[in-house]
Design a protein around this ligand. Sequence first.
Ligand code: PEP
Length: 250
Amino acid sequence: MSRKKLIAANWKMYKTPSEAKAFVDAFLPTVAGYTRDEIALFPSPVLLPTVIEAAKGSSVAVGAQNIYFAEEGAFTGETSILQLKAVGGTHTLIGHSERRQYFGETDEIVNKKLHTALKHGIVPVVCIGEVLAEREAGQTEQVLKTQVTGAFAGITPEAAAPIVIAYEPVWAIGTGKTATPEMAVDAHRIVRAEVAKLLGSDVASKIRILYGGSVKPDNATALCSQEEIDGALVGGASLKPDSFLAIVKY
Ligand code: PEP
């Protein structure tokens, strides 16, 4: 089963609007006509209109790093999916480990956000992954199964097609430590098997599972060329156009 890979940039809480525009203006010509893989940028909410406008007419998708599960209401500081859609965003990260770690996001919240994204036709990139203590305690498999089961509660096979999963071992995010391709492939197989158990083998064979965690130009080929790895979610190395381009063109 061949799945189109997705190479995605998570800019975290970096860049001003002018820096974001400068990135897109420099990056787009370098990927013009590039069709091997999909490319997506995930800037902070305040940057979304600038980045979407700058990327208009290109094949580079733009999404949010986070959305709230309610469509609108008195939820100060949150970003609504209706707002994301209104400015032309097409994707959203859900349950990034920094959201789980610093903002208390649970599998239950991730699940509610996933339902909201699917209801509104926004491509969800659901982030999962174990922390170091869990890996060292031999709990990686159980943690991944629990996160997948929690995230996918109430999702039907018919609704699941747009979902992308990002396996991001938390100990590899922003640390410079990367999972070896073997470790990533093992984890992806566990995740795919769990999706098969929950939603059937057809959904599981089509769902894309990205790897994230200190992906850099010098390790992108080893990771992304694995059949089981359907692309990358890139943080730090996505902030400069040259570095992100080198990963995109691994
Ligand atoms: C991320 O933010 O999802 C990420 C993987 O960050 P980094 O590439 O910096 O480890």
